[in-house]
Design a protein around this ligand. Sequence first.
Ligand SMILES: O=C(CO)[C@H](O)[C@H](O)COP(=O)(O)O
Length: 233
Amino acid sequence: MEDLKQVAARAALDFIKPGQVIGIGAGSTMAHLVNYLKEDATRWKHITTVTSSFNTRQLLLENGFVVKPISEVSKLDIYFDGCDQFDQHLNALKSGGGIHTHEKLLAAMADKFILVGDGSKYVAQLYTTFPVVIELIPESLPFVMQRIRDLFSLANPVLRLSNKKDGAVISENGNLLIDIWFRSFPPLDSLNQRLKDIPGILETSLFYQMAQVAIIAGKNGVEIIRRDPTYLI
Ligand SMILES: O=C(CO)[C@H](O)[C@H](O)COP(=O)(O)O
């Protein structure tokens, strides 16, 4: 039997047209999407894919899809991705994977950025159960830590460490990651800019008003949510 992530992934197929350039993000929901594309390979063999994720790339290649490097693409028809959590305005936290810089790049270059997930991801407003993650250049670590503590008195910035090897997690760009644990979120509309104004910080895992559409699978079926109700899908 399909679980809800599979149901959401299957519903995503309705948005794709053969021949399109499709971005696919990270996580188990995106793996289900790749599997569904593979199941109907004759229909989907002519799509070109681009991905922010090492694991998704491996899966796409194993299943015979064309995968273009991000560095060769400036525009996508659609970017699909999961998230940790998103709210009614489709603001999303994409903190778990630590690959938000590439994810945000793909989201920004897509005509449509579509969040895909099961109903547990959809919350009235974002909770601080997930951190906001920042990617920063290694040299800036002590400065950025201090500046975050100065700017946000109730924030706890924690360097992300690897549990599979000694030392810090190194991003795909050779940088460090800091998980910023907020007791309550500062206003979301200015949070990205306040963080990115700190020299050394490259990008944050808060996707503020970026997604146009969300596909959510719940007990009562699939719901399609648009950030702007007049947006044509
Ligand atoms: O945001 C993400 C990575 O940063 C993933 O998309 C998110 O963790 C969703 O994973 P899953 O589909 O397994 O629930």
